[in-house]
Design a protein around this ligand. Structure first.
Ligand SMILES: [Zn+2]
Length: 345
């Protein structure tokens, strides 16, 4: 499996609304695999592979390419940066972080910290305080010169390298570069095996999912699919401090077959079809329900006059932190089911 590709995807900084770098990388690497590629006004990449058959459907795969991060919202007189989050951060995970400030003229390594005093001089009250994300500040180490280098609207990402741990991988952006990886690897598989598809396939790398499925909404309107598949991470809370009924998924038990989340309920017939396919091909899977949160599959389902929709997800520990962790086997199972579905449909 091409984990070098996943590493590159995860380490390419591109937050919601600032997807140009990841978009260029994906376009460059998939351009030979499709009949047509279109970039829509929100920046989503709509990749099309047409069937030569007559009675065909349009199958849409949605893979969001943005990661959570920040836009610079203020630079103060001392050159400290303040930021506005794009995507949901738990502020407890923002203490003392290395970050990358990304501008048109280059990237700058920097650190992020909460306001206030260090442990030596804190009061007991100070120690309990958890600031809001927009209270944290970034120190680039260049004082007032920051004003010459950075402007409001430039973006900031966490600066943490990709890590491979035998059966697992860890990164700040597995949500949702695993879906980009799945979309790219699926396209390569179809191309290399010269598969003749019975249906038109649209693999869309969407923008701005983390701020409300925005890219998926417009791209789905353009494609007007019959079947929409949202590909994303989901929670794997099989870790200390969480009751078993709240795990959502457990790692190493296969890809996640999305039954329901806060944004959509999968089509029951489509769920059955995927279950039969997984069982026939001995691909491990687990059924998952997430009571809150959403993903691009919802936008596909509710586009135009509606589509049958499902989600293919990968259980991820410590989601929306720099230590997001997946099990390789779960990801590989997700690729297998997508390959089988597309070649048999
Ligand atoms: Zn996601």
């Amino acid at each position: 499996m091409n984990y070098q590709l996943l590493k590159t995807l995860c380490e390419t900084p591109s937050v919601a609304g600032r997807e140009s770098r990841i978009s260029s990388f994906i376009q460059e690497n998939v351009k030979d695999f499709f009949d047509e590629i279109e970039i829509d006004p929100l920046g989503s990449i709509i990749c099309k592979k047409f069937s030569k058959k007559k009675a065909k459907q349009k199958i849409l795969l949605l893979c969001h390419m943005d990661e959570i991060g920040f836009l610079v919202s203020h630079i103060n007189s001392k050159g400290f940066l303040f930021v506005d989050p794009v995507g949901g951060f738990d502020p407890r995970n923002l203490f003392s972080r290395r970050v990358l400030v990304c501008t048109e003229n280059g990237d700058y390594k920097a650190v992020m910290n909460p306001p206030g005093k260090p442990v030596h001089t804190q009061s007991a009250m100070d120690r309990k305080k958890i600031p809001e994300p927009n209270e944290f500040f970034i120190d680039m180490g260049i004082g007032e010169k920051a004003k010459d280098k950075v402007k409001i609207g430039d973006f900031v990402v966490m600066d943490e390298p990709f890590l491979e741990l035998s059966d697992k991988v860890v990164s700040k952006a597995l949500d949702n570069r695993i879906a980009c990886w799945l979309g790219m690897e699926l396209a390569k598989y179809i191309h290399e095996n010269k598969l003749e598809l019975d249906n038109d396939l649209y693999i869309v790398f969407t923008s701005q999912e983390e701020v409300g499925l925005r890219g998926a909404k417009t791209a789905s309107f353009t494609v007007n699919p019959d079947i929409a598949i949202g590909i994303d991470t989901t929670l794997a809370c099989d870790t200390p401090g969480v009751a078993e009924q709240d795990w959502i998924t457990a790692q190493g038990k296969g890809f996640g077959l999305h039954i329901k989340d806060g944004s959509f309920i999968s089509d029951a017939e489509l769920v059955k079809e995927f279950v039969e396919l997984a069982e026939k091909n001995k691909i491990e899977y687990q059924r998952t329900i997430l009571s809150r949160g959403g993903q691009d599959g919802a936008a596909g389902q509710q586009s135009g006059s509606g589509a049958k929709a499902i989600g293919i997800v990968v259980g991820t520990r410590y989601i929306h932190t720099v230590t997001e962790m997946i099990e390789k086997n779960d990801l590989e199972n997700a690729l297998s089911i997508l390959q089988k579905y597309i070649e048999n449909k």
